[in-house]
Design a protein around this ligand. Structure first.
Ligand SMILES: Nc1ncnc2c1ncn2[C@@H]1O[C@H](COP(=O)(O)OP(=O)(O)OP(=O)(O)O)[C@@H](O)[C@H]1O
Ligand SMILES: Nc1nc2c(c(=O)[nH]1)N=C(CO)CN2
Length: 199
């Protein structure tokens, strides 16, 4: 029997090989970093809900969460409320586009509507980095194309992972210093609130 014929019954050897391959796919996890932002509603509850929803995703484990930063809104309409921003580090067996789909679904679950560019939102979930992959696909650009120039992203990212690098741009701590640090950019660490890392 020719084993390349897909209609032929698999041999024991074929089956073992397929099971091995499925197992290695299931067990191979990759590191991803996501940014969370909220400037409408109960911002802390929303960020915690997003962390918990990510953890509840099959194939996702949240391994670190940053401190919470209160940040002046950058871009978009004037006079927006300030944001709560945070970063979560994940291990995931989901491929990048599936992780993006899940991020979008979590945004939807928290009532995100897209009306105004950079307008106020209950929840924004962006993928900052996925195992150092680079991509300029507009549907999923990696690393996030504006991460390296946003103190509201870099400050929590540095807190969650002090050795983090933005692929193609360098260490997060140097990038943040280059922007004048947290203070110069309307980014304030909130010592009085924190996110819980799911168990
Ligand atoms: N790394 C990424 N993370 C999340 N979305 C991305 C990424 N790269 C590209 N996108 C695409 O960007 C589109 C717009 O996303 P969204 O409306 O959340 O933008 P935004 O958060 O308002 O602005 P910004 O992208 O500047 O943070 C999404 O539909 C998504 O397909
Ligand atoms: N402070 C702050 N400003 C923003 C943010 C954000 O998360 N925090 N997100 C934006 C679009 O993603 C645009 N502006």
């Amino acid at each position: 029997m020719a084993t390349s014929d897909p209609t032929a019954s698999p041999t024991t050897f074929d089956l073992e090989r397929r099971v091995d391959s499925a197992e290695s796919t299931l067990h191979t996890t990759r590191r991803a970093v996501v940014a969370l932002g909220s400037n409408l509603g109960n911002r802390l509850e929303t960020l915690q809900g997003a962390v918990d929803a990510l953890e509840d995703t099959p194939g996702v484990k949240v391994t670190a969460v940053s401190a919470v930063y209160e940040t002046d809104a950058v871009g978009g309409p004037a006079d927006q409320p300030s944001y709560f921003n945070a970063v979560a580090v994940l291990r995931t067996s989901l491929p990048p586009v599936d992780l993006l789909d899940r991020a979008n679904a979590v945004e939807q679950a928290f009532g995100r509507v897209r009306e105004v560019h950079w307008g106020p939102r209950t929840l924004d979930v962006d993928i900052l980095d996925y195992e150092d992959v680079t991509s300029d696909d507009p549907h999923l650009s990696l690393p996030h194309p504006r991460a390296h120039e946003r103190a509201f992203v870099l400050a929590p990212w540095l807190d969650a992972d002090p050795t983090a690098q933005v692929p193609g741009h360098g260490p997060v701590d140097a990038l943040l210093r280059g922007l004048g640090g947290e203070e110069g950019q309307g980014v304030r660490r909130r010592e009085d609130v924190q996110l819980r890392l799911p168990e």
